[in-house]
Design a protein around this ligand. Structure first.
Ligand code: AMP
Ligand code: ZN
Length: 468
């Protein structure tokens, strides 16, 4: 089977994802910082990486997936102290929540999930190598910094070819980092942070005194441990390209003889009202928020993959309603095919969905692939198919669903699916107004729906619409 072609941030070309060792695609994803629930913006990135893995595996190549847990940094320390918990108890609680959400979103668990705290010695060893090679230096306070001027390729991934631009961007980034001090140059970044009173009990011994590793270092150290000096692919959200991934490359290439990642996949942001969904802005939704509004995790997954992963995607409640309709349509098609071909589908080949599969192999074009799936389903007349044809179609549909990580919902009863789309949308608007405590708007919309012959019944999770 042909391999997935994926855009590479470094070379700006679409390249085949063929494994360096000819067997297994070995890849690393920067994982979550566990100091609260991940929001659906974070999950856009994790879901896109999951689709990438599923497509590679469906094309016949096994994978080795490594994703870290960031369980020590300024935010985890600060919030564990606020919660009155040890750093370990606090981060383990949020790691568990992360795993529950991942399972609900049908994300394949990584094969290895190392944590930063469990790899302090590996990080210390990497710093020692960097100091020995004159790529890093200890400051008077016991912090250690990477000397950016010692690495000539710094900035290549983010295409900051112009030296001045590079420095300017670095300065801007470091200006916002309160932990950066006593450095030779503003562009240098911390590998080891000397212990401060605010760190409480969270410090480790090192040749430079007590402290903790800088955030960028953990990924480089854990990649070396589990994937070696050269590996196939590295991924994260676009916000990680600079400085995080630039810093990872610098640390790794200056402390080993390898080339680090051979392919870079970056996922564009999930947006709300034109801005990035982020915890610091506070414009975020979690799976729990959306479950309260009556939306399932698979509906959220459908929305998250509905735009191409390299284009920003604007999140709206309406997109969740469209996802629900699309999933119902897929479930209905599967049910219709099952009346002719009732045996369990094997999902081994794309069959009549070959075009959808090829579209997916072309830089994970999910919207193109789902369009092609519906194109086939719209033309398909299950009652006219032979058992063989229906079986091939059903197998193909399940092959595509597996590659996209979608599970089919139970079919809504006919009464519920008979609610016209405009009425459903109006009812959703009323619910949104109610959630926003805009009682006047919610009342007006309820009256409008009643006048059209529909009643709304609210419950804890959301609402249902019934004919008057
Ligand atoms: P964090 O827990 O902040 O380290 O982020 C985990 C992952 O989520 C990283 O790969 C980020 O780049 C990614 N991420 C953060 N915000 C968004 C967003 N709004 N849309 C897509 N990915 C995001
Ligand atoms: Zn990383």
């Amino acid at each position: 089977m042909p391999a997935l072609k994926l855009h590479d941030t470094l070379t700006r070309t679409d390249r085949e994802t063929t494994p360096l060792d000819g067997k297994t695609l070995r890849f690393y994803c920067c994982g979550p910082t566990v100091y609260g629930p991940a929001h659906i913006g974070n999950f856009r990135t994790f879901v896109a990486q999951d689709v990438m893995r599923r497509v590679v595996e469906a094309s016949g190549t096994p994978t080795l997936h490594v994703r870290n847990i960031t369980d020590v940094d300024d935010k985890t320390i600060r919030d564990s102290q606020k919660a009155g918990q040890s750093l370990l108890d606090f981060t383990q609680g949020w790691t568990q929540k992360f795993h529950t959400d991942c399972a609900a979103l049908n994300l394949l668990p990584p094969h290895i999930e190392p944590s930063a705290v469990a790899h302090i010695p590996q990080q210390v060893t990497m710093i020692e190598k960097l100091i020995a090679g004159d790529h890093a230096y200890a400051a008077a306070d016991g912090s250690v910094y990477f000397r950016v001027s010692s690495y000539k390729d710094y900035g290549k991934l983010s295409h900051l070819e112009d030296r001045e631009l590079r420095l300017g961007a670095s300065v801007a980034a470091s200006a916002t980092d309160s932990d950066e001090y006593t450095k030779d140059s503003l562009t240098d970044f911390a590998l080891w942070k000397a212990r401060k009173p605010e760190d409480g009990e969270n410090f480790w011994p090192s040749p430079w005194g007590e402290g903790r590793p800088g955030w960028h270092l953990e990924c480089s150290a854990m990649i070396l441990e589990y994937l070696g000096e050269d590996f196939d692919l590295h991924s994260g959200g676009v916000d990680l390209i600079f400085p995080h991934h630039e810093n990872e490359i610098a640390q790794s290439c200056c402390s080993t003889h390898g080339h680090f990642a051979h392919h870079w996949m970056h996922v564009a942001h999930l947006m709300v009202d034109g801005g990035k969904m982020s915890k610091s802005i506070g414009n975020l939704y979690t799976l729990e928020d959306l479950a309260k509004r009556g939306y399932s995790a698979v509906e959220v997954r459908y929305v998250l993959i509905s735009g191409h992963y390299r284009a920003p995607l604007n999140f709206t409640m309406h997109s969740l309603d469209s996802a629900r309709q699309a999933l119902q349509k897929l479930a209905k098609a599967d049910k219709a095919l099952s009346t002719i071909s009732p045996s369990l589908p094997d999902g081994k080949a794309a069959g009549p969905f070959a075009e959808a599969w090829e579209t997916l192999l072309n830089d994970l074009n999910v919207p193109g692939a789902t369009g092609a799936i519906f194109g086939v389903l719209n033309k398909l007349k299950p009652t006219t198919l032979s058992v063989e044809e229906a079986t091939a179609a059903r197998n193909g549909l399940h092959f595509m669903l597996k590659a996209l990580g979608l599970t089919l919902p139970a079919l809504a009863d006919e009464a519920a699916t008979d609610v016209p789309a405009d009425i459903q949308a109006l009812a959703q608007q009323r619910w949104d107004a109610k959630q926003a405590k805009d009682w006047a708007a919610a009342d007006t919309l309820r009256k409008q729906l009643e006048a059209a012959g529909w009643l709304i019944k609210d419950n804890k999770e959301g609402f249902t619409v019934v004919a008057k």
